[in-house]
Design a protein around this ligand. Structure first.
Ligand SMILES: [Zn+2]
Length: 103
């Protein structure tokens, strides 16, 4: 990971912490000092999933949530099937990307 990527990830983590009011997206408990906090992907970043939906979707902040490590991280994951829920999630990110490209 290069410095630009590191900065981007750090920025996403800070934004998410504010958005989520300092709470885990899975269990809803406040993060405590020193606890390991992970940037979890909702649609997981596996190679075939990246191929199916594209990096712009998978690496978009809207596809990420801050969680505790381990179980909490696993709990925010969506299985990448073609369910209505997944399609809605992907569509919302696509719309956001379009919006970001306009300005
Ligand atoms: Zn948690």
């Amino acid at each position: 990971m290069n410095l630009y990527e590191q900065d981007r990830i750090q920025q996403i983590r800070e934004n998410k912490l504010v958005e989520q009011n300092g709470k885990c997206a899975a269990c809803g408990k406040y993060f405590k000092n020193g606890e390991k906090i992970e940037l979890a992907h909702i649609l997981p970043q596996r190679r075939w999933i990246l191929k199916m939906y594209g990096e712009a979707i998978i690496h978009h902040p809207m596809n990420m949530r801050l969680t505790h490590a381990g179980d909490c991280n696993a709990r925010v994951q969506m299985s990448p099937n073609k369910s209505e829920l997944v399609m809605k999630h992907v569509q919302a990110i696509e719309e956001k990307i379009e919006e970001e490209q306009r300005c």
